[in-house]
Ligand binder design. Sequence first.
Ligand SMILES: Cc1cc2nc3c(=O)[nH]c(=O)nc-3n(C[C@H](O)[C@H](O)[C@H](O)COP(=O)(O)OP(=O)(O)OC[C@H]3O[C@@H](n4cnc5c(N)ncnc54)[C@H](O)[C@@H]3O)c2cc1C
Length: 288
Amino acid sequence: MILLKPSFEILNITRDPLRLIERAGRVCYRSEDKIAEGSAEKFCRMLIKNGHESVLEHAHATVEIVTSRDVTHQLVRHRLTSPSQESQRYCDYSGQVRFIIPEWADIEPADEYGDIDFENVEVMSSPEWEWLAQVFEAETGYQRLRELGKRPEQARSVLPNCTATTVVVTANFREWRHIFRLRSGSCADAEMRRVMLPLLSEMQNRVPVVFDDIGGDHGTSFALAVAESLRKQEPAPHTRRARALARLIDDCNAALALYPGQIDARYIDLAAQVFETLEKQAAAGLNG
Ligand SMILES: Cc1cc2nc3c(=O)[nH]c(=O)nc-3n(C[C@H](O)[C@H](O)[C@H](O)COP(=O)(O)OP(=O)(O)OC[C@H]3O[C@@H](n4cnc5c(N)ncnc54)[C@H](O)[C@@H]3O)c2cc1C
């Protein structure tokens, strides 16, 4: 058997997505003449702030995800995605079944576990050993059924939730935002978060304007970054920045109300503290 950790690869993403979103969105206001250097970022932020998210649907990302069947079972519930998933009916796992190591298990990815004589291991004193023995048993059952003439689609009935699978998911940016909100927060399944948090982080790197405000465990990572940069700023920050931070805190609180449990309240507290300092500085005439 082969033991894996989950992984993903962004196979395709709309080229220059902000420009496309701006181009499409400005049709609504007949303001195409306002397209200029740097205008797309501002325009997209305005759309998100105003909840005019349908315009984000013009941009897409296609992601290949290797994870467990239990995670893909949750993922394919998102009806506005287009998934293509490895078929256990057609793919034959005779020889090697792949399993995803659970997030709680301290087991290294490898294919050498197949050499362990599980039937003769008498003491299984840890959850890791118990898990290894169970997946070994499942793989053995699959192989036996195949040898007894059952087709892959019949033998698969003994495979567990942690069986590895590959799915390619295409969705527009609005739907990815929705998925990240639901699937990266602390209410989401730990196995799902294991895929979604790094994927969200990658999307935030690639298209920060569209994904930076999404929670996950980063909570208000944007707020945190702003708060930290303001904290370090010399000389004292301008009041305009203080006002921007105040708006940010409001947004964080609104998001917290909408998605309880998904935004780390500590970040809001930190931002609030920085804001308070700024206010004091402003009152003392330290700000420009
Ligand atoms: C933490 C968590 C726990 C869950 N637990 C369970 C569970 O115990 N059992 C279970 O069965 N499911 C569970 N689910 C799955 C959940 O019920 C949904 O199936 C899943 O979130 C996908 O649906 P969606 O509405 O979020 O959005 P999507 O299907 O991704 O659609 C996006 C949005 O499009 C709109 N939309 C899509 N289709 C329609 C439609 N037909 N009519 C109107 N508007 C539409 C809605 O605004 C929707 O939010 C859980 C999900 C989460 C995040």
